[in-house]
Design a binder for this molecule. Structure first.
Ligand SMILES: [Mg+2]
Length: 300
């Protein structure tokens, strides 16, 4: 059992709910880990540096209170160190817990895992382009889902799946399908896409099972492309994508590979675990780093 735990807190996660509750959460964790070191993120990207600082301070594990973006940043810093990560989901999408556990966790459940757990090694994705490098714990997307993630902050008063649904519908207006070249093992796709992505976990975008065949520890990325479809076809098929029953649609290509290359013709919005980056033009190479992240999961 590790003795020193670090806690990364994103106070603005969950519509700033975290700012109100993190002291109480930290006190509950101190019952088990009296030497808890709490570190608050102040801006986007901070989680990577703050997690590295906790590692340098000698913690044995890092817990994260926040959303998928916070988990992504901590995972980037923890990857390859052998130090485990615990997640306390408090975000809007909570895709990583949904991929890991089949559903999101509430905070009492997540705290129970901090008290008593086993460790599960999972893969992470590493994305590299000219002058750019970032890791993701759950999934990466290009095209419509990146546009949705980009727009999501302008939708007020909603959370969870309704937020993503409303963002989906409003983002479709004015959306121009990007033209991509995707190479992943035996799969090659050239042309416009509604969206395309590479996944470690099964669930992305707040509740869509975009990677129904994904395993988080097989050393492989699941990769898909969806050709552009009409607004009505998109609407009609949302329930299928939520359940992961869309792979037989003629517009969908799906593959597994250790790595994938996107040849981007122009600057492109790319989302990783819900955080949007501008990448390209040029090659975006994504590799699967097998077992690079250790996560605390419920005791079997
Ligand atoms: Mg996999």
């Amino acid at each position: 059992m590790p003795t020193r735990l670090g806690l990364i807190v994103n106070p603005v996660a969950g519509k700033s709910r975290v700012a109100k509750i993190y002291r109480e959460i930290a006190d509950l964790i101190r019952d088990v880990f009296p030497e808890l070191i709490v570190s608050l993120t102040e801006k986007r990207g901070d989680g990577v540096a703050k997690t590295r600082a906790l590692i340098d301070a000698g913690v044995d594990a890092v817990a994260c209170l926040g959303g998928d973006g916070t988990f992504r940043e901590a995972a980037e810093a923890l990857a390859g160190t052998g130090l485990p990560m615990a997640i306390l989901p408090c975000g809007r999408g909570n895709d990583l817990p949904k991929s890991l556990f089949g559903r999101s966790l509430n905070l009492p459940e997540a705290l129970e895992i901090i008290r008593s757990h086993s460790e599960k090694p999972v893969d992470i994705g590493l994305a590299r382009a000219k002058g750019f490098s970032a890791a993701f714990a759950n999934g990466l997307g290009v095209g419509f889902d990146a546009t949705v993630a980009h727009r999501i902050d302008s939708v007020k008063g909603l959370s969870g799946f309704p937020l993503y649904l409303v963002s989906t519908l409003t983002a479709f207006r004015g959306f121009r399908p990007p033209s991509v070249e995707v190479e992943a093992g035996a799969m090659t796709y050239r042309g416009p896409v509604l969206m395309s992505g590479a996944g470690i976990g099964r669930v992305m975008g707040g509740g869509y099972t975009l990677f129904p065949e994904a395993l988080m520890d097989d050393g492989l990325l699941d990769i898909y492309t969806i050709e552009p479809v009409s607004f009505f076809k998109l609407l009609r098929n949302i329930p299928k994508v939520v359940k992961g029953q869309h792979l037989d649609m003629p517009e969908v290509c799906y593959a597994k590979a250790r790595s994938v290359v996107y040849r981007l013709k122009e600057e492109t919005l790319v989302q990783m675990d819900g955080e949007v980056f501008r990448v390209g033009p040029g090659n975006l190479e994504i590799t699967c780093e097998r077992g690079a992240l250790r996560i605390w999961v419920p005791n079997a």
